[in-house]
Unconditional design. Structure first.
Length: 73
């Protein structure tokens, strides 16, 4: 895809197709900035408002959830 040539809705639609091909069963997205209209058009369902981030292959001894911070890029 060429930057600036496609709308965010087109990009997400393609991402959903690729996720389905890869047999993903969950596709999370935040309704921040201008995403709300796109999410409605693509028929995303609303969640419960609680997000859980899972770190795989990550091990730390004696770490509480409140001691860990994550920056999503």
């Amino acid at each position: 895809m060429v930057p600036g040539k496609h709308t965010i809705t087109q990009i997400y639609r393609e991402a959903l197709i690729l996720a389905k091909i890869q047999k993903f069963d969950v596709f999370n997205c935040l309704d921040i900035m201008n995403n709300a209209e796109m999410l409605e058009e693509l028929k995303f369902g609303s969640g419960d408002g609680t997000l859980h981030y899972y770190l795989y292959n990550y091990w730390v001894n004696d770490l509480k959830p409140t001691d860990l911070g994550i920056v999503l890029v």
